[in-house]
Ligand binder design. Structure first.
Ligand SMILES: Cc1ncc(C[n+]2csc(CCOP(=O)(O)OP(=O)(O)O)c2C)c(N)n1
Length: 248
């Protein structure tokens, strides 16, 4: 693995085989020039294809997140915006959601500000009203910015928000269980009914419980181009931890 990063401290996370401390543009350009000079070695392209296939197979252990991401990638137009969040599906999207157009993956990056996703998605849609904008978010994070549903409806901002609702702060709960002999405090949530909540603001709302039931609803919501909330029921504690592919 060759890692290009302008911050030398980042080389200690997910240690690369070759670390290049550089601006991404300069580093990539220098690598491309070098490849241009050397040309491909025989078998390179096959080795890259095989590595991609293996990685693709391995990351699909992360369920149900990857099944949802595969389906959403299929439905979201190639130039649509995907606004991720600090949630189990959002973490998996860091490595499991292919992006086809520049600047269409909107992320809080390393800052990890829970709750930024829904309000940010509204801003993205105001900036690019011609494109589909999908906000994916956990129930915990959604409730941080939820009052902005009023703005979405008042300004008719057609963001489609998919809440992966496991009635918990899942990774906090998982860490507590692992590190504190199963003792959980403050990580299990008693949520409002997200469908009734969204409808009470005047947004469209649906509840589904699988990738197969989400697909037609997501297609319809994107097509409607209206403020929409889709609540996806996920059994608390059922997700595979995505961390092994994020923190080395
Ligand atoms: C402002 C802020 N507060 C707290 C955290 C710590 N934090 C990161 S993820 C998370 C839980 C997120 O829960 P939820 O949005 O329900 O998604 P889930 O992981 O359950 O899918 C918390 C509390 C943070 N990153 N930022």
């Amino acid at each position: 693995m060759i890692r290009i990063d302008i911050d030398p401290d980042e080389m200690t996370r997910f240690r690369p085989d070759v670390g290049v401390v550089a601006d991404a543009v300069d580093g990539t350009r220098a690598l491309l020039e070098e490849i241009g000079r050397q040309g491909h070695h025989p078998g390179d392209l096959e080795r890259i294809a095989a590595a991609k296939a293996t990685a693709g197979k391995n990351i699909r252990e992360i369920q149900p997140q990857m099944d949802y991401l595969d389906m959403m990638r299929d439905v979201l137009p190639r130039d649509g915006f995907f606004v991720e969040e600090l949630c189990q599906v959002g973490f998996a999207s860091n490595f499991g959601f292919p992006i086809y157009e520049p600047r269409t993956y909107v992320t809080t990056g390393y800052q990890g500000t829970l709750g930024y996703g829904f309000p940010t998605a509204l801003g993205v849609k105001v900036g690019r009203p011609d494109r589909a904008v999908l906000s994916i978010i956990g129930d915990g994070g959604f409730l941080f910015g939820m009052p902005e549903l009023a703005s979405a409806v008042q300004q008719d901002i057609g963001v489609v928000t998919v809440i992966f609702n496991n009635n918990s702060y899942a990774n906090v709960r998982r860490d507590q269980q692992r590190l504190y002999d199963g003792h959980v405090i403050g990580a299990e949530l008693e949520n409002p009914d997200m469908v009734k909540l969204a409808e009470s603001f005047g947004a469209d709302a649906w509840r589904v419980d699988s990738p197969a039931t989400l697909r037609p609803v997501l297609e319809k919501a994107i097509d409607n181009n209206r403020p929409a909330v889709i609540d996806v029921t996920i059994e608390r504690g059922s997700e595979t931890s995505p961390w092994k592919y994020i923190v080395g």
